[in-house]
Design a protein around this ligand. Structure first.
Ligand code: HEM
Length: 476
């Protein structure tokens, strides 16, 4: 009896998967016949090898590289429920990332679309997208971030004080740090206490639901993600109400949006006003887009620095010079953090080597041609960024960690650590600020030894080390 039940449930599951796939796929194998490549097995396509190679140390690069050798720079596949055309190179990046004439839109997975909500920046195109970008640009600009500097600086010192003499999982620790930074920046959340704990728990569940199967039934990661999202929105509703009523006034991102763009804002250009729904969807979008990426970047940085002692030494010199200039008496200043040339190159080289977002996903909004291949409206397109970052013509000896590659300006579309074009990362200044401040205190005061050498990565959208990079930290 149990076996029959199991088989029935399995059949229902396969049927639901098929329905979801049919609903989300605009392409068909027939239309794609002219594109080189293989679509793999029925239903699962090449998803299994994609996932297994994705989590290997070489990551997605090994999946793509094998196929590029067989089929060339543009090839088709069927992965994660989508008929997809993979492509790479500066020419393809230019066309896909500048999105000239609105030829492509961002291609989120169904789960991501549902969790983030329809008014998220990631789901907007054309003028609506431009408008939202404009509204969030000012608080995320270098000047707009100045007021968060002291908080970030003190938090970095406190966090690192707790690392001293301990074995830690770098990914866990940097995750706590970046979440506290963004929680404080967006809504003045205190770094400790009950609210922070609730925020952290809900955020982790939401973040985990992105790579889940699209079944919204109790017990699934997707269902839990939607519930956590609703709890997070209830928390935001109460904060937005307090801000609108004037009961609480803070100097944070939410306050600047409520004041300038809220429904109760002074009369003016309606184009500058956001509804509560838009506010919540986009705050969640910033949290989701900014947290895992910055956490992963910090973790890869510690790993690359540890593996490249000469780079670490040169980085230390830059930071010790900063300290020496003021005879070690006062703390890091805003102008110092904006003048760390070698640190900036180390960050870029980390993003090149790790390629935290290994591919950028787009959907064709019209028919067009790329590298001689005819792309049809509705197709999923994946720009393979790893191959761009490993192109030996632009980056000689690409496996070497060498920040000096960034001494001179590079050709456009050859380094895409923060993307390019209208969808280029709006959080770039915040990410660089957090990382530079953290690095300053880290390299000036501590050394660390890895406790595991496994380089495998998690099978998630953002490339993160599977072992969370365990290290022993000691004071210098
Ligand atoms: C080291 C850290 C970070 C890295 C490596 C990174 C990388 C990227 C990349 C490559 C893109 C473009 C993706 C594409 O074109 O498909 C992007 C977009 C985005 N990033 Fe970041 N990011 C980081 C930190 C942040 C932070 C701190 C925030 C928010 C505060 C943020 C918010 C966003 C948003 C909202 C988008 C979508 C922009 C749009 O669609 O218009 N990111 N990021």
């Amino acid at each position: 009896m149990e076996l029959i039940m199991f088989i029935v449930m399995l059949l229902v599951l396969v049927l639901v998967v098929l329905l979801v796939l049919l609903r989300t796929n605009k392409a068909s194998p027939k239309e794609m016949e002219v594109i080189p490549g293989t679509l793999g097995w029925p239903i699962i396509g090449e998803s299994l090898s994609f996932i297994s190679e994705f989590s290997s140390p070489a990551g997605i690069y090994s999946f793509i590289n094998k196929r590029q050798q067989l089929y060339g720079k543009v090839f088709k596949s069927y992965v994660l429920g989508r008929y997809t055309v993979f492509m790479t190179g500066r020419e393809a990046s230019k066309i896909l990332l500048t999105g000239k004439d609105g030829i492509v839109s961002l291609n989120l997975f169904y789960t991501g679309q549902q969790v983030l909500g329809p008014t998220s920046l990631l789901q907007q195109t054309g003028e609506a997208h431009k408008r939202l970008r404009r509204l969030i640009a000012e608080p995320l600009s270098v000047d707009g971030l100045k007021k968060y500097f002291q908080f970030i600086n003190s938090l970095a010192i406190e966090t690192l004080d707790q690392w001293s003499g301990r074995k830690i999982l770098v990914l866990e620790e940097t995750s706590t740090f970046t979440l506290k930074v963004i929680g404080n920046m967006i809504m003045s959340l205190e770094p400790t206490g009950e609210e922070q704990e609730k925020f952290r728990t809900n955020f982790k569940i939401i973040s985990g639901s992105f790579a889940s199967l699209p079944f919204k039934v109790p017990g699934t990661a997707f269902y839990r993600g939607i519930q956590a999202r609703d709890r997070m929105y209830a928390m935001l509703d109460s904060i937005i109400d307090q801000r609108r009523s004037g009961e609480t006034i803070k100097q944070d991102f939410l306050q600047s949006l409520v004041k300038k763009h809220g429904k109760d804002a002074p009369e003016g250009d309606d184009d500058d006003k956001l509804t509560d729904k838009q506010l919540k969807d986009n705050i969640l979008t910033l949290l989701v887009a900014g947290h895992d990426t910055t956490t992963a970047a910090l973790t890869w940085l510690l790993k690359f620095l540890q593996e490249n002692p000469a780079v670490l030494e040169r980085l230390r010199e830059e930071h010790r010079e900063i300290q020496a200039r003021k005879q070690g008496t006062s703390d890091l200043t805003w102008s110092e953090v904006n003048n760390m040339p070698y640190t900036a190159k180390v960050i870029n080289e980390t993003l090149r080597m790790a390629t935290i977002l290994p591919w950028f996903s787009r959907k064709a909004a019209q028919d067009f041609e790329i590298e001689g291949c005819k792309i049809k409206k509705g197709w999923s397109l994946n720009l393979d960024v790893v191959s761009i970052h490993r192109d030996p013509k632009i980056f000689p000896n690409p496996e070497k960690f060498d920040p000096c590659r960034f001494d001179d300006p590079l050709k456009p579309f050859s380094f895409l650590g923060f993307g390019s074009g209208p969808r280029m990362c709006p959080g770039i200044n915040l990410a660089k600020l957090e990382i530079s401040v953290f690095l300053h205190h880290l390299v000036c005061r501590y050394k660390w030894t890895p406790l595991d050498t496994d380089d495998s990565v998690q099978p998630t959208l953002v490339r993160m080390l599977k072992n969370k990079y365990p290290v022993m930290v000691e004071t210098l």
